[in-house]
Ligand binder design. Structure first.
Ligand code: DKA
Length: 134
């Protein structure tokens, strides 16, 4: 259920994110900022099933609103214009972004009360861990 993701999450660790950003084509300057930034992720869902993922940081705040399984247009923090669809697969919230013939996925799951985010581009995987804010 998407409800288990609802709340405010604070990033506490990030592994291999520079390689992931390189793999999706993020330039040097934005990667420098991306590597230093510790975003908060706000997840909410309304009574009609509209899900909102808001990533807040000193670098940039981005927000997407969508219904599960329904494709939508997304502008990412690094300014890619993607066709995105989010699905729920065995408890994992899977955000697939397609642009310029490429595809990446951002997979989120709750493990031991933490929100684990895996950013996958081909063989390259970054793992970012978020904990719930009190
Ligand atoms: C996350 O939610 C991962 C978000 C992936 C963003 C990719 C582009 C970042 C460019 C600074 O932690």
């Amino acid at each position: 259920m998407v409800e288990s993701f609802v709340g405010t999450w604070k990033m506490v660790s990030s592994e291999n994110f520079d390689d992931y950003m390189k793999a999706i084509g993020v330039g040097f300057t934005t990667r420098q900022v991306g590597n230093r930034t510790k975003p908060n992720l706000l997840v909410s869902v309304d009574s009609e099933g509209n899900v909102c993922l808001k990533s807040q940081s000193t670098f940039k705040t981005t927000e997407v609103k969508f219904k599960l399984n329904e494709p939508f247009d997304e502008t990412t923090a690094d300014d890619r214009k993607t066709k995105t669809v989010v699905t729920l697969e065995n408890g994992k919230l899977v955000q697939k972004q397609s642009w310029d013939g490429k595809e990446t996925s951002i997979e989120r799951e709750i493990t031991d009360g933490k929100l684990i985010t895996r950013c996958v581009m081909g063989e390259v995987v970054a793992v970012r861990t978020y904990v719930k804010e009190a």
